[in-house]
Design a binder for this molecule. Sequence first.
Ligand code: GLA
Length: 384
Amino acid sequence: MLNNLKRTFSELFGQESQRTFFAPGRVNLIGEHIDYNGGLVMPCAVTYGTYLLTAPNKDGVFRFSSVNFEETYETPLQKAYSKTGKEWFNYPLGVIHNFVSDQKDIQGLDLLFYGDLPIGAGLSSSASVEVVMAYALNTIFNAGYTKLDLVKLTKRVENEFIGVNSGIMDQFAVTFGEKNKALKLDCESLEYQAVECDLADNLLAIINTNKPRKLAESKYNERVSECAEALEALQTELDIENLCDIDGDTFQKHKQLIKNPTVQNRAQHVIEENDRVQLAAAALAAHRLSEFGQLMFASHQSLQSLYEVSGIELDTIVSFCKTYSGVTGARMTGAGFGGCAIALVNKDKFEHFSKSISEYYTEKIGYAPSVYSSEIGTGVVELT
Ligand code: GLA
């Protein structure tokens, strides 16, 4: 595969690529819509992701090409950039923008991207592109950022350049992911522990709804502001900085401060989900996988009924999983509104599971899902 990419690079740019970088996508095992509320999440990197081949050019321009998209883009090195349309190259362009705003000395590059992640399916294809670009620039031009700086810089691309008010989980997982480990990350302090992810006889299945995601960004931003509204209401009596500063019991005692019932539901999800991550991390560490699985189902239920970011497609997948004897736990992962679900599936049953869920889903929804098995991989690297 890399040889093919190298060949494509030479054909496109008339020179050989010099360096190759890779950043993965991620799944979140549990802790959904928590990161922008200062709580705990448990993502891990997958082995699918974005490859970036690059070489400097003498023309002082950035030339963007992708194997996945037809559109290409070329722009000279300048002091600032702004988003142009909705095309894919805005993600790496936003990264360049932040490097030049920080007055980093960078120069023109020919860039070829290839992703084997399903795009826009909730597996952080965008964070993967942002992080691979930032890591490449930092390495090639010795820009001096730490990995944590790169996480923050790429999150700013998403928030300020692209316009999605997302939290820090995706960029963090894509950067710091460790093989066979889940990251138990505190999104307020940014401290994390890499927790051994022993799935026993199970594998991690990813089931893509293949639902076209419309309005996902605006609904996402709507949830972010609902959480801000809930926090403000609670702060009239509680001395807290984030929704996740309190637990479920404290919430029950003060929830009447939030007058809007929908906003109250949003807060309940966030606070109880944060409690679930604590329990899930303990269950995983103690090899109590069936408890971990039950917490995944409970998480999904809450995202469905309280947070309302699921949908018929994701619910169909998870309800199938509940009745399938080889599944220990399942839930939607990522922002929701379509995208992917994950499931812990008995290895020996995976093939049968994959076939059965595809049939069931296709009959209910009218088109097929995609089912993958995934390993837990490492964060961003240069491939040598
Ligand atoms: C998206 C965002 C993340 C996080 C999840 C939901 O993936 O980019 O920051 O909020 O949704 O948990």
